[in-house]
Design a protein around this ligand. Sequence first.
Ligand code: C2O
Length: 350
Amino acid sequence: DPIQPPDLSKCGPATVGDDTVACCPPFAGQKIIDFKFPSPGEPMRTRRAAHLVDKAYIEKYEKAICLMMALPDDDPRSFKQQADVHCAYCNGAYDQVGITPSVDLQIHFSWIFFPFHRYYLYFFERILGSLIDDPTFALPFWNWDSPDGMQIPAIFADPDSKLFVPLRNQKHIPGGAYPLLNMNWSKPDDDKALTPEEQWDINRRVMHTQMVSGAKKRTLFFGKPLKAGEVLPGDRSGQGSIERTPHGNIHIWAGDDTQPNHEDMGNFYSAGRDPLFYSHHANVDRMWDLWKTLGPRRTDFTDPDWLDAAFLFYDENCRLVRCRIGDSLDNKKLKTDYNSVAIEWLHSKR
Ligand code: C2O
């Protein structure tokens, strides 16, 4: 059976290390509506590479984030609530519905990783767009798979901007000792002073392995099936190639390793507090689209246990929406698109 959306009335404390935190969404028994595609007349929202956006775009994005941060904390559209979505779905605030003994709902480490995050960004982006009354508003993507995108994009690094947070690894920020993204990073020892060419050569190989040579089958790319009632293996072996590396590595590379839980980016409960998170995931989402163009067997699952798995999100009108994986497969239908940029990892050189 497919994973069911959580029962918001039974949301409880989330676990962070040895502590618990409260990150449940506001819920007063609202009725749940089924997801509907945006109408065909709606404009496309074209996501641009974060290192290539212009001043007018940056101002627009900052204004939208600023308005989102100004919403009351109990408004499901507020930045706080949007960040807490990740905490609730990932740190054990929900149990899987109808399963005894209880099993945590966890949207990482399996085939539901890509679709969950696609919907998460979809609603986050639409809320921002509605706050500035711009139906074309689209998130920027962190183009970490290109040599020019191999560091934290400047728009997130200006301390005077709403897109900045202080809790990042200070060695890895622009101007820090090791600002170049190392896609294999997992511990301080991995910090090496490489030239951009050397670092790119490593990252290019990572990308080629995770997208091309090591992702020839669906389960390798998306991750392994997870069905209702199943417990994830503790070794995270259900993860797909991209979810593990670079996605996971970038989270811990970006988070502040002097904080108890590597806040913000380095823990599920806090990752969504860093605006960088949404651009990181926009690029992860872009990989799903790209992967499907790389060969004939690279298609979405057809198993109903995947297609009918569903999540709940609040939309830009504070309606609670039930979203099936099956409705998330085609970004064009969601009015989501990516500016095309050169892909330099596609062919393995040398
Ligand atoms: Cu839900 Cu980047 O993780």
